[in-house]
Write a protein that binds this ligand. Sequence first.
Ligand code: ADP
Length: 611
Amino acid sequence: MIEKMSEHKPKKSVPAGEILRVYLPYVRRQWKWLLAIFLTGIFLQASNLAAPLFLRKFFNLLALETPTPTTIHALVMTLALVGLMWFISWLMQRLQDTANIFYVADVMHDLYNDSFGYLLGHSYSFFISNFAGTLTHRISRLVRSFEMISDTILTQFFPALLFVSGAIFVLYTRNHMLGSILAAWAILFIVCQVYIAKLRQASRTSRAEAETKVTGTIADAISNQPTVMQFAGVIHEQSILSDVVRFWHKATLRSWLIDGWTWGIIGLFVLCIQGGLLYGAIIYWERGLLTVGDFVLIQSYLLGTFNQLMGIGGQLRRFYDAFADAGEMVEILKTPHEIRDAQDAKPLAVEKANINFANVSFSFADDKSILSDFNLSIKGAEKVAFVGPSGAGKSTTTRLLLRMFDIKGGAIEIDGQNIAQVTQDSLREAISFVPQEPILFHRTLFENIRYGKRDATQAEVIEAAKKAHCHEFISKLKDGYETYVGERGIKLSGGERQRVAIARAILKNSPILVLDEATSSLDSESEALIQDALKNLMEGKTVIVIAHRLSTIMNMDRIIVIENGRVAAQGTHQELIEHKGLYHKLWSIQAGGFLQDDEMGPEVAEEEREA
Ligand code: ADP
């Protein structure tokens, strides 16, 4: 169960380098802000390093001189210089923060846009095997991770590097030994950090995975809320979630405990070095090699160094988490789009809208053959109905025409052009697809209909709505066309949603129409309205209907009987009845003009008749 939660979870952690490579082009685009951050950073740390030097002078003056007007003047002047350094430091910090705000926000803006665009370019298969909830989560985590990673590098690592190397240099010039101790300690600290980081990455990755599973499980239960309610499944769902949360809890504890303790041990080292350096200073002071001012200098640099490093330590856990979080989306960004335009793809040019399936074979990833040697020609403006038992391959055939999957053999052509060689956008522009259970955007009815032709005028939208018999129910709503339809269109009835989808297709006005007829029983008024709407929609188009109703089939030019991924028979209703094959059987078990395509045994037929 847990394993199925997300097929695109990282099997092993995505290397940090790969994540940084994804961010790099966005960072380059903002090079001006980045340069400002670097320059202000250099001035900032230079003033932070200079202030203790003036303080050193200040304390040396205090220790050596007796209070005379000249000494007082020298002390005040030195203090003024210290104050000036503090002010420059304050100013640079403000400027750097401001540049950083612009830089981070601009990169995040571009990351949102691009990763959303790339994600939507993935194939239909990709989306049916990933939860919408977890995908949404991954985009925002990628973007927010950038903020964390960038802030840590630019406002923690970079200043620490400048300050610590500056402090080592200045101390070294004062006293080789003390400078060398600080340098050795800093190097040891960095080596330990790199090593520990590697150890910690695994626990962080499993925590990020566990979080994705938690979100996925919650999203799945919420989107199936009606089922949960009808099957009294709240406790069952809670137990599923509690399994996943237990896994998350374990992974989180492990990851946080490892982090907390490694950082704690580093803290102990910090105390040792502080004690050690000051002890060394006493010895040099005893020999007359260090002044009181030097103590102030050492203490200021030590405090500065530790503050910088401790600041990094506090942030490090979130910094590594950010890499683990970003890794999940980077994996998706690195996964090539499954269905891509051919290199020299041209736009599809539709004249008559003839469709030809030539020896098409197809199977899903599991390799079970779904279509084999499928042959079918449909003439321009011809209207055909696909009928056949459930699982025969009717929907798959229409999806192949839309190139939602790529075929394994043969060719699908529209007006002689192989659909694999034309641009996907132009192909899908040429086909209107009305699904069995249309899902609508949580936008207004107006926007939902206008999706068929995004530059349509209000008059065009209303005309389409009238033809699709939507206008009747829309005008009765308080907010009319401005009514929000609820997530996935939940606030409309099945019949109303289908009519909105038909209105959208009328507006799109593509030369080819694919219609997966709703099987759910609609009331007879809705049924009549939909049939009339469809008549308007089909006019002059090449039409494929996956038919479940006899009323539709009877109006078709030709009926294609599909069985086991092949065309088993075709002809008009009369011809097929006379032929006494599968169609005859289907016809004889139908009840009230409604084909039960998933229940076609003789016993069912008997029950249907009795009913
Ligand atoms: P029909 O529309 O005739 O009822 P379909 O074309 O939906 O049949 O399905 C044909 C076969 O393909 C079925 O066995 C179904 O289980 C399988 N199938 C459909 N979609 C997928 C998918 N995304 N992955 C794997 N198998 C699938």
